[in-house]
Design a protein around this ligand. Structure first.
Ligand SMILES: Cc1cc2nc3c(=O)[nH]c(=O)nc-3n(C[C@H](O)[C@H](O)[C@H](O)COP(=O)(O)OP(=O)(O)OC[C@H]3O[C@@H](n4cnc5c(N)ncnc54)[C@H](O)[C@@H]3O)c2cc1C
Length: 337
């Protein structure tokens, strides 16, 4: 096990923010992960969904760097430390369908069940059949089926709890060069198919990557708009009465999508824009991406406090204008929302 003291965490996050870890352990095998996550050690994957306090992290941070993919037909069991997009690229090269719309999402495979990673009409809840995880409350390593993970829109039973450390994730894919029905209108348009039609998975990957690059949603050292944690706010899910109140306050019907449980998902980007916060908004060292309203960016030299102040300003503006509370998507470490 490779361990060091007082290690700056900012370079290990996509926002390039956060203080130092008192102790950082790099775990390259499952045994090392299990042995090093004692107590309340913070588990760090690709650092693409984290806002770490300027004061840093007291105690231990465990960097998940395990590798390995086991294949049994269309079933893949993937070590938590496998970079997600490399896995997606591999499945496409192997003719396996099911995660192609999730191309270009940063971070590691072990984090994907945590917030049920999703994009362009697909999420991992559709293909995850189970995980192997360490239960820190008992010290036991156990296999958990997807049904035990409480997957929902951009969340799961794992999010917001340090109890379980994901060691590997098992996906059931389809042996096919064709995608499932394309659900996202902008993606269907880019592919030249109608919504609900299938497309070759290799083409879906290229189309998704192109769309994501246009929004600064692919990590690219040459793109200052990608120094973010992706979307900073989730789309708010509203009861019917709350959505009706929003329509009344807006004086028009904002974009929205029906949820399976009868509630309505509103667009966080629309709310933010219509509350007066636009792409490219400049607050010195922080701002809103020039390519995507939902991404808050570190323009260089920012602190976590600067970023959180901007996030609060945006959320308060939306609340004042529309009465809707926005929820941040990233996980806050040592900093409160
Ligand atoms: C440019 C950009 C675009 C993005 N686009 C999307 C998108 O389209 N859709 C989407 O859903 N997300 C998106 N994200 C968010 C992020 O990439 C995902 O949430 C990703 O799954 C986080 O992976 P990570 O390894 O970086 O996790 P980290 O940021 O390292 O960790 C996130 C949380 O998960 C916990 N965690 C990580 N690994 C484990 C593990 N093995 N066991 C237990 N807990 C663990 C951490 O403790 C932390 O609480 C984007 C981020 C960026 C920067």
């Amino acid at each position: 096990v490779h361990a060091a003291a007082d290690v700056p965490l900012a370079p290990l996050t996509t926002l390039r923010l956060g203080g130092a870890a008192e102790r950082l352990v790099e775990a390259t095998t499952e045994e090392e992960v299990v042995a090093s996550v004692e107590g309340d050690a913070l588990v760090l994957g690709g650092g693409s969904n984290m806002v770490i306090a300027d004061a840093g992290v007291p105690g231990t941070v465990v960097l998940i760097r395990t590798r390995g993919v086991e294949r049994d037909g269309a079933i893949l069991t993937v070590a938590a430390g496998e970079p997600w997009d490399e896995l997606v690229a591999m499945t496409i090269a192997e003719g396996l369908a099911g995660i192609e719309c999730l191309s270009g999402i940063p971070g590691l495979t072990g984090a994907t069940p945590i917030q049920n990673v999703g994009a362009y009409g697909q999420d991992v809840a559709e293909t995850v059949v189970g995980i192997r995880a360490l239960d820190r409350s008992t010290g036991a390593v156990e296999d958990l089926p997807a049904a035990a993970l409480g997957f929902a829109y951009r969340t799961s039973a794992l999010k917001g709890s340090a109890r379980r450390v994901v060691l590997s994730v098992t996906f059931a894919l389809r042996e096919s060069g064709m995608s499932g029905p394309i659900r996202y209108a902008e993606l269907a348009r880019t592919l030249g198919v109608s919504v609900g039609a299938a497309a070759p998975i290799a083409e879906v990957r290229e189309a998704v990557l192109a769309l994501r690059r246009g929004k600064g949603m692919v990590i690219d050292p040459g793109d200052p708009d990608s120094v973010s944690a992706g979307s900073f706010f989730t789309n708010p899910i509203l009861e019917h009465a709350a959505f009706a109140a929003l329509v009344a306050r807006a004086g028009e019907t904002p974009p929205h999508w029906p949820e399976p449980d009868g509630r309505v998902k509103a667009s966080a980007a629309w709310l933010i824009e219509h509350a007066g916060f636009h792409k490219g908004l400049d607050r010195g060292p922080v701002g809103i991406s020039a390519k995507h309203t939902l991404a808050l960016v570190n323009r260089g030299g920012a602190t976590t406090a600067d970023l959180i102040a901007l996030a609060r300003e945006v959320a308060a503006g939306v609340h004042d204008r529309f009465g809707v509370a926005l929820t941040p998507e990233p996980v806050f470490v040592g900093a409160s929302w």
